[in-house]
Design a protein around this ligand. Structure first.
Ligand SMILES: CC(C)(COP(=O)(O)OP(=O)(O)OC[C@H]1O[C@@H](n2cnc3c(N)ncnc32)[C@H](O)[C@@H]1OP(=O)(O)O)[C@@H](O)C(=O)NCCC(=O)NCCS
Length: 251
């Protein structure tokens, strides 16, 4: 199974604009929600590409791990109705970045915009807390998750998977698939014009095409001029290291 690591910066985030319906209560989770979240986890994951036969007891353990000391509970969100949690976004702190460990929606509520709406709320809280980058992992082929996160501006920054478990450069993986196009792409990235403007931000596969991200409109025009078939996205220049520290203490 191949999993990609995704990243979005504050400047690159695109809110979905979805709203959680008013009959839901949206709030941060507490430790008292551990069983309700395990129920949600089972409903959300069973039958999906990411379900590996876990039992309810294991789901409770996973929730407990998500609630361990690096959890960002204030920035996490659940949507509750009539005592049942229907959707959740659970956030923790990993290597100084906010990390979305779980996004899940009950089977009966999927594709109604709940996860997208909760993600908007959770990410607004993440920015408000002073973090400027959010990461997550998505299994390749988890289409609903890819859809939600890609639309929100998340982009692949690394890959892990069998048989090799170490992270590989996504460009190398793309090169193996599209040697000519990637060579052309590198030509674009290496051009003096793009280099003088910060270069290329990222390369990814979108809808079966290569997509190059650049930092401004002028670079996008140059990339189009040099490679008319390219799909080019403009993303503002990410803030360089060191990362910001959270403004508030965590729960
Ligand atoms: C991923 C998940 C949280 C999304 O929750 P959700 O509340 O259904 O999300 P939304 O309704 O906001 O958005 C889902 C999007 O995926 C799209 N989608 C669903 N199935 C799809 C498919 N097979 N191919 C492409 N897109 C698909 C929907 O059409 C929708 O997009 P739209 O808003 O443009 O119509 C939910 O599917 C889930 O719980 N999956 C199991 C747990 C999981 O895999 N979590 C993510 C781990 S990284």
């Amino acid at each position: 199974m191949i999993r990609h690591e995704y990243l979005v910066t504050q400047a690159g985030y695109r809110p979905s604009g979805r709203i959680v319906p008013q009959d839901f209560d949206v709030r941060s989770p507490t430790h008292d929600d551990r069983i309700a979240l395990a129920d949600l986890m089972m409903s959300a994951y069973v039958g999906t590409i990411d379900y590996d036969g876990e039992t309810h007891e294991q789901a409770v353990q996973e929730v407990d791990s998500a609630f361990a000391d690096e959890a960002l509970l204030k920035e996490s969100r659940v949507a509750e109705r009539d005592g049942t949690i229907h959707s959740a976004v659970l956030v923790s702190l990993v290597d100084g970045d906010a990390f979305i460990g779980y996004v899940m929606t009950r089977a009966d509520d999927k594709n109604t915009g709940l996860a997208s709406a909760l993600l908007d709320e959770s990410i607004a809280a993440i920015w408000a807390a002073g973090y400027d980058r959010v990461r997550c992992f998505i299994t390749e082929g988890n289409r609903p998750s890819e859809r939600v996160f890609y639309r929100a501006g998340f982009r692949v920054i690394g890959t892990i998977g069998k048989p090799e478990t170490q992270r590989v450069n996504p460009l190398e993986a793309l090169r193996a698939k599209w040697p000519e196009q990637v060579a052309q792409l590198e030509d674009v990235i290496a051009s003096d014009f793009l280099r003088s403007r910060g270069g290329g931000a990222a390369v990814s596969e979108v809808d079966g095409m290569l997509e190059i991200e650049v930092y401004d409109e002028a670079s996008a025009e140059e990339a189009h001029r040099r490679w008319p078939d390219a799909r080019v996205a403009v993303v503002p220049l990410p803030i360089a290291e060191p990362k910001m520290t959270p403004r508030e203490s965590q729960d």
